[in-house]
Design a protein around this ligand. Structure first.
Ligand code: NDP
Length: 278
C-alpha cells in the first residue's frame, strides 16, 4: 500500500508555478487573482486565507473583495462585470457558499470564461464534457494530477465516484471518462451502494460524512481517493474514508489531511498562471 502524498506533490507543483510566474513577470505580466467572498462563513475564511498564502508564495497578486451578506444580486453581478473588464486581473474566484437569496449560478455564468479559474462557468463545464482545453475545476483536476504522478492509469478501470456535486463529483465523471475509465456515479439515492463500491478499481469519495467508507465496502488492492473534509469538535480533520482500516486493503490511498486538500489549492494556482499566460 502506498500513501498518495498530496502535500509533497502540491509543493512540487507550486515550486514549478513560481518559476513560471517569475517568467511571466519578466515579460511584463503580473498574474493576479481576485477573490470575492460574500458574508462571514467561517470555513470560507480559512479557505480564502490559504489561497492568499499560496498566491503570496508563488508571487501571484491577490485582491480580496469582502462583501457584506446583505449585498444585492445586482451589486454582486456588477462587481464581477467590473473585474471581467479589469485588464490587471487574470483570474476571478467566487468563494461559495454565498447567501441563499443570491443566485450563484448567474454569478458563475457572469465570470468571463477566460478568467474562470474555478471552472464553474457553463462554457468551461461544456468544454470539459467535450474534452477540450479549458479550466478544469480545481479538486477534480488535482485528483487527476495525483493519478498522473503515481502512474495510475485509468484506462479500462472501473471508477466509482460517491457524490455528484457540481464542484467535485460531476466534473470528475468527465475527467475520468476522458481517461477512458468506466465510470459509475453514486449518490444519496443509490440503492445497494456497497455492491457498486466493492466493484471499484478506483473509488473516489466526496460526500462529507466522516469515515463513511469502511473496509467491507472496498475491493482488495483498490485505489482510494478521499475528498471529504470533516472537522470534528476537537478541530481535527477526518476524511470520508475509515483510513486506518481501509488502507490495509488499498493499493493506494490519500490521507486527510495532506491528500486532496493541498492539491486543490495548487491547481487553483495552476489555473491562475494559465489564465495569465493566455
Ligand atoms: P455536497 O454536499 O455538495 O455533495 C455531497 C454529495 O454526496 C451529494 O451528491 C450527495 O448525494 C452525496 N451523498 C450524501 N450522503 C450520501 C450517502 N449516504 N450515500 C451516498 N451519497 C451521499 O458536497 P461537496 O461535493 O461540496 O463536498 C463533499 C466533501 O468533500 C465535503 O466533505 C467537502 O468538505 C469536501 N471537499 C473537499 C475539497 C478538497 O479540496 N479536499 C474540495 C471540495 C469539497 P445527493 O446528490 O443525492 O444529495
Amino acid at each position: 500500500m502506498e500513501i498518495i502524498n498530496g502535500k509533497t506533490l502540491a509543493q512540487e507543483i507550486r515550486e514549478k508555478l513560481k518559476i513560471e510566474c517569475d517568467e511571466l513577470k519578466i515579460k511584463g505580466i503580473k498574474p493576479k487573482l481576485a477573490v470575492i467572498m460574500v458574508g462571514e462563513d467561517k470555513a470560507s475564511k480559512v479557505y480564502v486565507k490559504n489561497k492568499s498564502k499560496a498566491c503570496n508564495e508563488i508571487g501571484i497578486e491577490f485582491e480580496e473583495h469582502l462583501l457584506s451578506a446583505d449585498i444585492t444580486q445586482d451589486e454582486l453581478i456588477s462587481l464581477i462585470k467590473k473585474l471581467n473588464t479589469d485588464s490587471t486581473i487574470h483570474g476571478i474566484l467566487l468563494q461559495s457558499p454565498i447567501p441563499k437569496n443570491l443566485d450563484i449560478n448567474e454569478a458563475f455564468r457572469t465570470i468571463t470564461p477566460e478568467k474562470d479559474v474555478d471552472g464553474f462557468n457553463p462554457i468551461n463545464v461544456g468544454k470539459l464534457c467535450l474534452n477540450q482545453d479549458t479550466f478544469v475545476s480545481c479538486t477534480p483536476y488535482g485528483i487527476m494530477k495525483m493519478f498522473e504522478k503515481y502512474n495510475i492509469d485509468l484506462e479500462g478501470k472501473d471508477v466509482v465516484i460517491i457524490g455528484r456535486s457540481n464542484i467535485v463529483g460531476k466534473p470528475l465523471i468527465q475527467c475520468c471518462l476522458n481517461k477512458n475509465a468506466t465510470v459509475t456515479v453514486c449518490h444519496s439515492k443509490t440503492k445497494n451502494l456497497k455492491e457498486h463500491t466493492k466493484n471499484a478499481d478506483v473509488l473516489i469519495v466526496a460526500i462529507g460524512k466522516p469515515k463513511f467508507v469502511t473496509e467491507d465496502m472496498v475491493k482488495e488492492n483498490a485505489v482510494i481517493i478521499d475528498v471529504g473534509i470533516n472537522r470534528g469538535e476537537d478541530g481535527k480533520l477526518t476524511g470520508d474514508v475509515d483510513f486506518e482500516n481501509v488502507s490495509k486493503k488499498a493499493s493506494y490511498i490519500t490521507p486527510v489531511p495532506g491528500g486532496v486538500g493541498p492539491m486543490t489549492i495548487a491547481m487553483l494556482m495552476n489555473n491562475v498562471i494559465k489564465a495569465s499566460s493566455n
